[in-house]
Design a protein around this ligand. Sequence first.
Ligand code: SAH
Ligand code: AVI
Length: 324
Amino acid sequence: MKLQATGSAPAGHAEAAIHDDFRNAVLAGLAARPRAIPAKFLYDAEGSRLFDAITRLDDYYPTRTELGILEACAPEIARLAGPGAVLVEFGSGSSTKIRLLLDALEEPAAYLPIDISGEHLLRACRALARDYPALTVQPVVGDFTRSLSLPPLDRGRHVLGFFPGSTIGNFTPEEAGQFLGQAALTLGPGASFVLGVDLVKPAHILRAAYDDAKGVTAAFNLNLLRRINRELGGTFDLARFAHKIVWNEALDRIEMHLESLADQTVSVAGTSFAFAAGETIHTENSYKYRLDAFTGLAFSAGWRPLAHWTDEQALFSVHFLRRD
Ligand code: SAH
Ligand code: AVI
């Protein structure tokens, strides 16, 4: 097993930085109008577990659809990437999808998964290192929207970035463009980048996926309040907030909110926040793209779109980009 404890910063240091960022974002986000907390904070250990449960729901089409596309296009990705590649994954979660690429690629050299959910990341990497004993696995606990110190990439090898799950859809298009530009710098000249991007589709499919019949997405959203209570001394009563989704057709995005069910006052880290009944905290955007809009965005950020694949119903897409 070659699981290397890396990231130039020790994991404890990264966790402390994430905690400070969480505190500042929650206090600022609850004071703002409209109230909003960045979606990256949905992922503590329990949030990652609940997200995994979402991916197994019949209502949540993105995971199984993307896995189907990746299974079909993995040989082509392997051909485009060539042998001995170094893989860098953004928001790797349980590191499930990377297995399809690892199985198809010729002698991948190393795997650097980056995730903000540290405990979950390290557990996933232990399992992966057991199953791929020849692979060097170097987990990096951190926030990929901040400047990250990655272990040095072997520039003699082809670098292949991987950003599946349509996590890029949790950025605004402007932020997505900035992320793609930054990733081009991080991955370096000649690098390739494989991304999963969810597509615009009829509203009823989206509503079922983000307000599933079993209530798992509701639990995922409400877990943010439980995290605030535990980590920031919050006093949220989870029974007095409800999961709410909005399909914002003008902006092609699903919004997740937590709606106050009553007039109430909540305290976080010693600061009080008054909520009126019906007022919401905006907790996530999930943008859906049209194919040409996404390839245009990637091109503007310095990437050449070389190929893309979709499923038969055009629910989801996988893109292969290259930079000069
Ligand atoms: N790639 C997996 C998981 C997607 S869920 C899949 O396709 O199924 C989104 C993942 O990105 C979570 O594991 C979450 O912890 C991570 N994540 C979200 N925002 C992040 C950020 N700013 N920095 C690092 N990781 C982040
Ligand atoms: C990780 N991300 C792309 C998921 C999505 O679909 O936007 C997170 C999620 N939110 C609710 N369900 C799943």
